[in-house]
Design a protein around this ligand. Structure first.
Ligand SMILES: [Zn+2]
Length: 427
C-alpha cells in the first residue's frame, strides 16, 4: 500500500461500522450452533451468506454430502463468498468456523443472548469464533466502502464442525478444491489470538483407547478372578510415575503459547470399567475397563516414537503384572503443523499488527489443533496462519466474551493484510 490516505479511509470505514459489527456478532451468537450435535447450521450459514451478499460477495453453500455426520436432522452446510478484484490472483481466503461448543455451567449471562455490556460482547462462541467471522467480513467490506479497488480477490468462508475435527467443514472445502493450492494464495483463520499473536501451527494429537480385560468371578472371592479395573490402575500409576515426568521434561522449540503447552502432555479423557455405577450392583469382579487418552505430542517427538512409547509402557505393565491383558486402539492422529519460515502471510500480519497496535507481534503455536491442518495437508496451502479477535483462554469457558476494542483492532489488521496480500498497491 503506497497511499496512506486510502488506509485512513479504510480505517474510518471500520470505525464507522462499529455498531453494525457488534450487532451482527450478537445476532450470530443468538443462533445456537451448538456442536455436538450441530444445531442451526443452515440458519447460521444463511445468515452469514446474506451479509456477504450485501457486501457484494458471490455466495454459495457447500453442503458436505456423503459425510456420515451430514444428516437430515443436522445438515452440514458451509458458506463461501467470493469477491473478485481486478485479477483472480492473489486470492486471500479468510475462514471462520461458526459451530460452538455447548454452553456448560457457570454462566452469569444468557450464553445465547448476545448481550453487549462494558465494551464487550458476551455469549458462547463470541471469541471462538463468531467475532472473527465479523472481523473477516468487515475487513473486506471496509475496503469496498472506502472505494479502494482490490487487485487480487478475497474469499470468506464460514464452516462447520471445527470443534469436532472439521471434516464436514474446512476439510470438505479442501477436498472439493474450494481451498486449494491451484487457486488459493493465503489463508487466515480468524480464531482468537489475543489480537497481537499469530498462530503458526499446533502440536500433534494422538487419541487412543486402552482396554484391559480381566476374568469375572464372585465379588466375595476376588482372588478367583482378575480385576480389569485394578489392571487399568496399574497402567494409570505407571503413566503418572514414569511417563508424566518424561513428558514434562520435553520442550519444543516451536513457540507454543501458553508456556505450559510447550511440553508434551497427556490427558485422561474418560474411564469406564466393571458395572455401571448407577445401576443395581451384583458381586462381580470387573472383567473389562476402558479408558480414553489425549496425548499431545511435539514436532520433535513425532508420531511413531509417541505411539511406541505408549506400547512400551503397556507391555512393561503387562510383564510386571500377572494376568494383565491389554488392547490399544488408535482413535485419532493429527500430525503437528507449522507455517513455513518466510511465509508471506506471517510477514504481512507482522507489519499490520505493528502498524495498528504499535507493538510487535508474538509468533505462537496453538496448544490444540484447529482447521490449519486441513488447509496445510489437504488443500496444500502452507501459507496459512490463525489471527483474530478475542482471548484464546476464554474459549469454551463460561461468560465467554470478546472486547469490542479487540474486534475493531483486529479488523483493521486484517484489512491492512488483505490489501497487501492481494497485491493492492496502487490506489
Ligand atoms: Zn475455534
Amino acid at each position: 500500500m503506497s497511499n496512506p490516505h486510502a488506509i485512513d479511509r479504510v480505517f474510518a470505514a471500520i470505525d464507522a461500522a462499529e455498531d453494525e459489527m457488534v450487532s451482527f456478532t450478537s445476532e450470530m451468537i443468538r443462533i445456537p450452533t451448538v456442536n455436538p450435535p450441530g444445531d442451526a447450521y443452515v440458519e447460521c450459514a444463511e445468515f452469514i451468506g446474506r451479509r456477504l451478499v450485501e457486501c457484494d460477495f458471490a455466495v454459495d453453500y457447500p453442503v458436505a454430502e456423503g459425510r456420515p455426520e451430514h444428516t437430515p436432522q443436522h445438515p452440514r452446510m458451509n458458506v463461501v463468498g467470493l469477491r473478485r478484484g481486478r485479477s483472480d490472483r492473489p486470492l486471500v481466503h479468510l475462514n471462520g468456523h461458526f459451530d460452538v461448543v455447548p454452553a456448560g455451567n457457570g454462566w452469569t449471562v444468557d450464553p445465547f443472548g448476545g448481550e453487549v455490556k462494558n465494551g464487550r460482547i458476551y455469549g458462547r462462541g463470541t471469541c471462538d469464533m463468531k467475532a472473527g467471522i465479523t472481523a473477516a467480513i468487515y475487513a473486506a467490506e471496509a475496503i469496498r466502502r472506502a472505494g479502494v479497488p482490490l487487485h487480487g480477490s478475497v474469499e470468506i468462508s464460514g464452516t462447520v464442525d471445527e470443534e469436532s475435527g472439521g471434516f464436514a467443514g474446512m476439510a470438505y472445502l479442501a477436498q472439493q478444491g474450494r481451498v486449494s493450492a491451484d487457486r488459493t494464495d493465503a489463508v487466515i483463520i480468524t480464531e482468537p489470538t489475543n489480537t497481537d499473536r499469530i498462530y503458526i501451527g499446533h502440536r500433534g494429537v494422538y487419541w487412543f483407547e486402552v482396554i484391559t480385560r480381566g476374568r469375572i468371578a464372585h465379588g466375595s472371592m476376588p482372588f478367583l478372578g482378575a480385576n480389569a479395573i485394578e489392571h487399568m490402575g496399574v497402567i494409570l500409576d505407571r503413566i503418572r510415575r514414569v511417563l508424566m515426568p518424561v513428558l514434562q521434561s520435553r520442550t519444543t522449540a516451536v513457540p507454543v503459547k501458553p508456556d505450559g503447552a510447550r511440553h508434551a502432555t497427556l490427558n485422561i479423557n474418560g474411564i469406564a470399567g466393571g458395572q455401571p455405577v448407577d445401576g443395581i450392583q451384583t458381586p462381580c469382579v470387573a472383567d473389562i475397563c476402558r479408558a480414553i487418552f489425549d496425548r499431545r505430542f511435539l514436532a520433535e517427538e513425532g508420531f511413531d516414537a509417541t505411539r511406541a512409547e505408549i506400547v512400551d509402557l503397556l507391555e512393561t505393565a503387562a510383564r510386571e503384572t500377572p494376568e494383565l491383558l491389554f488392547e490399544l486402539r488408535d482413535l485419532m492422529i493429527v500430525h503437528p503443523v507449522k507455517t513455513p519460515d518466510g511465509a508471506s502471510v506471517v510477514a504481512s500480519l507482522e507489519r499490520s499488527v505493528q502498524q495498528v497496535l504499535g507493538r510487535p507481534v508474538l509468533l505462537a503455536a496453538s496448544p490444540g489443533t484447529y482447521d490449519h491442518k486441513h488447509v496445510d495437508r489437504i488443500a496444500g496451502v502452507p501459507n496459512c496462519v490463525a489471527y483474530g479477535p478475542g482471548i484464546l483462554d476464554l474459549a469454551h469457558q463460561p461468560d465467554e466474551y470478546c472486547d469490542i476494542a479487540d474486534l475493531m483492532h483486529s479488523t483493521k489488521v486484517l484489512a491492512l493484510s488483505l490489501l497487501e496480500l492481494t497485491g493492492t498497491t496502487a490506489v
